[in-house]
Design a protein around this ligand. Structure first.
Ligand SMILES: Cc1cc2nc3c(=O)[nH]c(=O)nc-3n(C[C@H](O)[C@H](O)[C@H](O)COP(=O)(O)OP(=O)(O)OC[C@H]3O[C@@H](n4cnc5c(N)ncnc54)[C@H](O)[C@@H]3O)c2cc1C
Length: 396
């Protein structure tokens, strides 16, 4: 048996004894754990599962053990992902800190910043939100105007962020601010970490058509932020902000892929509504066509993601190519959700009340959510622009 086989066997035994059986089922609505100081665990088992995962650094398997990570090699982390999937274990924690900020701190942070922030992120004790978009700066993010003016050992921050997901539940924000209004717009931006409990911060929720509203507006009035909470050099935040975005984009695509992988195949769903014997082709030829096309595109994206993961393991992480995964992953996901609605007919557009299956109500909500998916982290049009300029090298 190879070392990796030993590792797999030991890990599987450990998971079977430490992941409670109720955590080996798909999470229902609101059952995901996002951590943070104000975290309300959906169940005692969810709390126990996170605590157990923390003893082995499973929430950040490849990060160094000195910060609480798992210290695993890429190969071991791949085995972990396979075993978690095979046993149907829920992720013990979902976290912008792990998906986005952690890689930034590991690459650009000081040792003091890594020691201060990574353990809390890994254990799910601090929850982070993203302060990038502003009313006048979404796709054109570099136009952001939230100001940070130096005052001794602090910056004084004034301005407004918008679409800040879960700002009302977050403990900290990673934020892009303008530190030099005279410099060209990409060169006057800094990347700072802001404690959401700081005096001068006001958070207001925004309502959404899908019913659930993660969004907030975040206002800053004279908020004092210690200078040592700036990551990287002053005015050098654009490169760091973009590095974070490449992680956000890869993660959006990976999470769509993971979600769709565990769903009942589209053809089986269609069969439930169309009828007919198992094994027989669906009667509706155009439906067969649409399902086949979506399934194939989904599979191709999955293989491209796997290739990218292997390249990253070999030391060639995706840069601007992450835009390709974000674009294709979210657009295929949108088509898949539309198809799920279509094959249920009227039942696919239920919202509430009697007469709908739970699965049908979820289908409507997921369809609406998928529309947002191709906007968050940079819209599909913006990803096309990035691919044209930075990957294909086309002229402006
Ligand atoms: C679910 C969700 C969660 C989000 N969470 C956060 C968060 O936590 N923190 C945060 O900071 N932001 C967040 N956002 C905001 C998100 O980053 C922005 O919505 C996105 O970058 C687009 O910016 P905008 O909404 O200002 O649209 P705009 O920039 O105004 O764009 C409007 C339309 O014009 C198109 N467009 C704009 N410029 C171009 C161009 N140059 N070429 C072609 N087409 C163009 C866009 O594609 C879009 O269709 C979230 C958004 C969503 C949907």
């Amino acid at each position: 048996m190879s070392e990796l086989d030993d590792f797999r066997a030991e890990l599987r035994a450990w998971l079977l004894s430490h992941c409670p059986p109720s955590m080996r089922t798909p999470p229902g609505d609101g059952e995901e754990v996002w951590g943070g100081r104000r975290c309300v665990f959906p169940s005692e088992d969810a709390r126990r599962w996170l605590l157990a995962a923390n003893t082995r650094g499973l929430t950040a398997p490849t990060w160094p053990t000195e910060y609480g990570g798992g210290g695993m090699s890429r190969e071991q982390a791949a085995v972990l992902a396979e075993e978690l999937r095979a046993l149907g274990c829920r992720p013990p924690l979902r976290s912008l800190g792990i998906w986005m900020l952690g890689p930034v701190l590991l690459r650009y942070g000081t040792e003091a910043q890594r020691r201060a922030f990574l353990p809390g992120i890994i254990r799910g004790e601090t929850r982070w939100c993203q302060g990038y978009s502003e009313p006048g700066a979404g796709s054109d993010l570099a136009s952001l105007s939230t100001r940070a003016v130096r005052d001794g050992d602090h910056y004084v921050v004034d301005g407004q962020k918008t679409w800040t997901s879960h700002a009302d539940k977050a403990d900290w924000m990673f934020c892009l601010v303008r530190t030099n209004p005279s410099a060209p717009k990409h060169q006057g931006i800094s990347f700072v970490l802001i404690d959401m409990a700081s005096p001068g911060i006001t958070v207001r929720p925004i309502q959404l058509i899908s019913g659930a509203s993660p969004f907030c507006e975040t206002f800053f009035e004279g908020v004092r932020v210690p200078v040592d909470q700036r990551v990287g050099d002053e005015d050098a935040g654009w490169e760091i902000g973009k590095y974070l975005l490449s992680h956000e984009r890869s993660n959006i695509s990976l999470s769509r892929d993971a979600q769709s992988s565990v769903e009942e195949p589209l053809a089986a769903q269609a069969r439930r509504y169309e009828g007919g014997a198992p094994g027989e082709p669906l009667r509706d030829a155009s439906l067969r066509d649409r399902i086949t096309q979506v399934d194939l595109d989904f599979l191709c994206n999955k293989l491209a993601l796997r290739r990218a993961a292997e390249e990253a393991a070999a030391g060639r992480p995706a840069g601007s190519e992450a835009s390709m995964f974000k674009l294709v992953g979210t657009e295929v996901n949108k088509r898949r959700r539309e198809l799920k609605v279509a094959l249920r007919g009227f039942a696919g557009l239920g919202w509430e009340g009697e007469g709908y299956l739970d699965d049908e109500l979820t289908t409507t909500r997921e369809w609406l959510r998928s529309r947002a998916n191709s906007i968050e982290g940079g819209s599909s049009e913006v990803q096309l622009n990035i691919l044209a300029k930075r990957v294909l090298g086309l002229p402006d």
